[in-house]
Design a protein around this ligand. Structure first.
Ligand code: SF4
Length: 357
């Protein structure tokens, strides 16, 4: 197996124009994604987390060019995705598929399940009719459904079954890489675990690589090898899932993760409630983008964009975390404990109800 990452994203930018006036002149831009970098090894899963509106969904769509990036580089299996066009791009897209959040909205209600699953094969002109049917059956069975579903319509299925059909639609093209955009968020809690387990099985059986986008931090922890945390169009911290959930370094990660229930009392944290609104991505603050909401903000935070600091398996953009990492001689766990203590002693730290926070 190649040691090169399957997907390498560098400085990715996706800005949307803001237009105003009669002539619809561009008066600014919304920086939905503003310099995001990461890579994903083959058969690995990167979780991408952050509050609603942080740009994580736009990252997934930009990689597949469902929205057109405005800057940066995306390499998939060594191919420059942004420089690929026409039939070469279509061939690349077969290898990179997406599963959307809403299993109700993503399946055409007027098409049978067979037609929905076959559509991609027809578009890509793959196989004869009997061969296509065989691939459709195989994909459906991999997701735990039977051929009895083929002649039926989406409304005849439950939410969980529809999401299985959406996954089968992605699998039918035999991709190597899936963007999973909040794939279980719209499902009942009782069904979520079944779909998550299915995704784990498929990853093992088919050797798939995932970008798993979610705001559900518990599911992300279960499914991901590494996790990147986004805030206002940027990745603020990236680490292995184990390191990030054990010892988050960035104040935003700390606040976000403080709401995750922990059974082990040794890992319970004070609930950190962030005040203030997320600034507009059309006018991101100078310096550290998190500074208007960060209880640890210092003068330097308002003036200087924090560069990346790498230590102990973490990549973190924070002046205070970088200083504590240096003091701790690069020991990320010790530095994280100091940052956590600083955060816990701020007025925004509260003891949440119940024992889990
Ligand atoms: Fe907070 Fe400053 Fe770190 Fe930004 S750089 S997260 S404002 S301490």
């Amino acid at each position: 197996m190649s040691l090169d990452p399957l997907l390498a994203v560098s400085g990715l930018e996706t800005h949307f124009p803001v237009r105003a006036g009669l002539m619809r002149r561009q008066v600014g831009s919304v920086r939905a994604v503003d310099g995001v970098s990461f890579s994903i090894g083959r058969q690995r899963t990167l979780g991408l987390v952050g509050e609603s509106g942080c740009g994580k969904t736009t990252v997934g769509r930009s990689i597949l060019r469902l929205v057109e990036p405005t800057g940066g580089r995306v390499h998939f299996a060594g191919t420059d995705v942004r420089a690929t066009h026409g039939t070469a791009l279509a061939a690349l897209r077969r290898r990179m598929q997406i599963v959307f959040q809403d299993p109700y909205g993503s399946l055409n209600p007027r098409m049978t399940i067979q037609a929905i699953l076959e559509e991609g094969l027809v578009i890509h002109r793959l196989g004869t009719a009997p061969e296509r049917l065989e691939r459709v059956r195989r994909a459906l069975e991999r997701t735990g459904l039977t051929a009895a579903a083929l002649e039926r319509y989406p409304h005849e299925f439950s939410g969980g079954q529809r999401q299985r059909i959406a996954i089968a639609r992605a699998l039918v093209l035999e991709p190597e890489f899936l963007v999973l955009d909040e794939p279980v968020s719209a499902l009942d809690v009782s069904i979520q675990a079944q779909v998550v387990n299915l995704l784990v099985e498929l990853r093992e059986q088919l050797g798939l690589t995932y970008l798993f986008i979610s705001h559900d931090l518990s599911v992300v922890e279960y499914l991901s090898d590494e996790v990147a945390v986004m805030y206002l169009g940027r990745v603020v911290e990236h680490a292995t899932a184990a390191a990030l959930y054990r010892a988050p370094l960035h104040p935003y990660t700390l606040a976000l993760f403080s709401a995750v229930p922990r059974i082990d009392p040794a890992h319970r944290r004070r609930r950190l409630v962030l005040t203030g609104d997320v600034p507009s991505p059309a006018r991101p603050p100078a310096g550290c983008r998190f500074h208007p909401r960060c209880p640890l903000a210092e003068r330097v935070c308002r003036e200087v964009d924090p560069p990346a600091t790498a230590a102990g398996g973490h990549l973190v953009h924070c002046h205070v975390a970088a200083r504590e990492l240096e003091r701790a001689g690069g020991d990320a766990d010790s530095a994280a404990a100091v940052v956590a203590d600083m955060m816990a002693s701020t007025p925004t730290a509260t003891l949440a109800g119940g024992g889990g926070s």
